[in-house]
Ligand binder design. Sequence first.
Ligand code: BJW
Length: 263
Amino acid sequence: MAKDDGTGTLTAGVIAALRQAKSVFVLTGSGVSAESGLPTFRGVGGLWRTHRVEELASPEGFARDPVLVWTWYNERRAAHERAQPNAGHFAIAQLEDALDDFTLATQNVDSLHLRAGSRNVLELHGSLREARCTNCNAGRPFGAAGLPLDEIDHACGGRWRPDIVWFGESLPRDVWQKAQEAAARADVILVVGTSAVVYPAAALATNYNRSAFVAEINPEATPISNRVACALRGSAAEMLPRIVAALSARRTAPPDLSVGPSG
Ligand code: BJW
């Protein structure tokens, strides 16, 4: 693995690989939304530094205190609404527009990829747009204000919970299946803004495809950094637009009509 500050030959390597690629798979984590003002989970200022995971993001914590859990998720939903997609989200959407076979798998529940225009999005850990009943599995969308705290109980005897994946819970089966297939057939895999410590999502980066060109975009090293073809050390909103601009500059360049030496 080699490292790059984003200005050197490795960025060119990613661009070259993308130019050749017939199928591209992108895996994102909370770092891609950092420049939209949303906190990551494990970094400085991250959600898990100030909140107890087991109280807020576990089925047990929810069973113990659903009002506390919903209060936290309603605050986060409101923050998602205030946030705007950043240049990294938009660059990923542009990349999709330029390719026939493109899949984005995100661990994020903030909907910013969809708001940036990404279409083929697999939300591995669910989304904060919908609630699901713990008993009958019914679904119920909720808006910017979140779920009203006096409506947590469902008529069937269950409770509305956020439709997201907590620790120890399985990922949505169809979403996970599609993500594995897309990772397996990709020529290029971009891993953006994730610490790559949460499984099974992290496995998509390196475990389902041994021949893809895998590039990581992250200001920090992660446990997969030594297993990727190149690790671009920079932020998503900085690096991704640069890569996409280089790709589209080549595509839209006028044809070279100059006459060669032999006429
Ligand atoms: C930037 C940046 C910028 C900053 N630009 N980058 C195999 C081995 C070991 C453990 C397990 C295993 N398989 C399963 C497990 C257990 C567990 C797990 O992985 N534990 C590990 C932590 C040890 N996994 C599960 O429980 C999963 N379920 C499962 O496996 O089901 C099957 C099963 C069932 C029963 C028994 C056993 C198995 C479910 C995982 C669900 C994760 N849920 C959360 C919360 C979601 C709800 C919510 O949002 O509240 O998902 S946890 C949290 O972590 C959230 C995230 O999606 C996820 C990943 O975090 P992410 O996005 O990577 O964030 P950070 O903060 O970690 O990293 C941010 C990165 O961005 C950093 O690297 C920065 O440097 C970078 N960055 N600024 C680019 N500007």
